[in-house]
Design a protein around this ligand. Structure first.
Ligand code: HEM
Length: 119
């Protein structure tokens, strides 16, 4: 029973990240534009990423050496992805490219943070 909230929060984080970054990659490389209809969904995903991410961070029992600095870089890049989506205007393909690249980098940093926590 103790596992329900942590697992739900992890699911919320990962699923929201899939929706947001998946939407950005689709908009940039398949559709060529981000549809206006994607924005409400993206706002929900951003809110869920922030709530679940904060929960995951605060619920860690200990942080390995250098965790905070790498985590800080991850959050700063995430804020840039959020800004690119929120401020997106038709034709601003460069901001979608940047958000897609940062998305890939952020997932790599997240995997690294997990790895240094477990090893
Ligand atoms: C575009 C934005 C983001 C992406 C793509 C992203 C991606 C991910 C992924 C894929 C994981 C799972 C790593 C794994 O289990 O291997 C993760 C974990 C995590 N994320 Fe995010 N995240 C984003 C934003 C945020 C934000 C804004 C916060 C903080 C407010 C945050 C906090 C965390 C924490 C604390 C973990 C657990 C890391 C660990 O296991 O030590 N994330 N993130």
């Amino acid at each position: 029973m103790d596992a329900i909230v942590p697992i739900a929060m992890r699911w919320m984080h990962l699923f929201s990240v899939m929706v947001l970054i998946g939407g950005v990659v689709y908009a940039r490389f398949a559709a060529g534009e981000m549809a206006d209809r994607f924005k409400p969904m993206a706002y929900v995903a951003i809110g869920a990423i922030l709530v679940s991410g904060l929960y995951l961070f605060l619920s860690k029992s200990s942080h390995p050496a250098h965790y905070q600095m790498r985590f800080g870089i991850k959050v700063l890049l995430a804020l840039d992805v959020f800004a690119a989506v929120v401020l997106y205007k038709k034709g601003k393909q460069k901001s979608l490219t940047r958000a897609a690249i940062w998305g890939a980098v952020i997932v790599a940093i997240a995997g690294y943070l997990r790895w240094i926590t477990l090893h």
